[in-house]
Write a protein that binds this ligand. Sequence first.
Ligand code: KE4
Length: 418
Amino acid sequence: MNWFDRAQQVIPGGVNSPVRAFGSVGGEPFFTASAQGAYLTDTDGHRYLDWIQSWGAVILGHAQPAIVAAVQRAAALGTSFGTPTAAEVQLAESICDRVASVDKVRLVSSGTEAAMTAVRLARGATGRDKIVKFAGCYHGHLDSLLVAAGSGLATFGLPGSAGVTVGTVADTIVLPYNDIEALRSLFDDHGSAIAAVLVEPIAANMGLVAPQPGFLETIRELCTAHDVVCVFDEVITGFRVARGGAQELFGIPADLTIMGKVVGGGLPLAAIGGRRDIMDHLAPIGTVYQAGTLSGNPLATAAGLETLEHLTDAAYDQLGRTAEHLADSLADAFESGGADTQITRAGTLVGMFFSATPIRNYAEAQQADHQRYAAWFHSMLGAGVYVAPSGYETMFPGLAHSSESIEITAAATRDSLR
Ligand code: KE4
């Protein structure tokens, strides 16, 4: 059965999310039949060592027995009630316990929904309109953040997708990531009109790009000085790069935090959390409307609670060691093959670019050799190793990855370069 041919008859592009179609690297996507630990098995029975782990939504490894059991137990008690449940309270308490800057939490079903809520909430709480984001950062597919990465410094957003109106992005300002000067001059000119600055504290949607020293600190300083809501999008970094996410790793508190992926344990759950004085603007006690039929769903809260239970200090130590070992092994493998690459490790995330020079922002990420990346991707896939089907993504080392996983990956990389 060629599932891709069949899928394209009834699903646009044959996929339910564009990156899955292998458009950036070419070729046809495999269809996964099952997964276990660090491995995916496709409908033809091929096994792949999986460094994507559902784009970071899975961190304990696929089909982790405690997660499966927790979801099975919850399902047997009913799949959705549309009423409050104790598990939602327990998950919100667990998030507040981990992320120091989060006093209150609203659970939703996707990172996009959490980002959309953050934007509306920041505008409602401040009475201001402007939203600042950084080129190359992705916060989900909400209209107001689907803006083109403008050229030059502070550019007012231009629609980044068909169907997004000029008016929708007229209040969105796009800056280059890591550009402290552009940030300062924007605040000098427009500080009092800005509702929020949204940033991925470690950028992982333009490839992996770490914040330069002073970048996040300057965002924090300027937001405080101008009463602007500082929003960290920790959908990828949250509960992954440290127990309390990037905020703990860098020691910089946000005012609002967008969370997702890990906190849902692989089920549809995301969250917006932050300062009580901001969060209390949300309906039903505040005037900023937000809602969701499946928000705080019992299956997802069961998977999220079980996942956080397993993310102990020892787990973070292991994730850190795996990330360091993977980064070092990849660097050695590429160097041995004479390839100019930048291997980035930021917290427990590992990324790579085919580039002779470091990558600090989206414009530079676009200059990396993405054709060479595509060739690497396919030779790795042929060797049974699944890395991101785009050079603008990253690798997600998890608890199911072992030294053997890394040796297999390094050997396949050396072979791909020969
Ligand atoms: P979702 O709406 O896809 O759950 O979350 C959107 C989102 C928000 N913020 C950050 C930092 C994100 O990385 C994402 C989604 N990440 C992509 C992978 N880079 C999801 C993969 C996909 O689009 O299929």
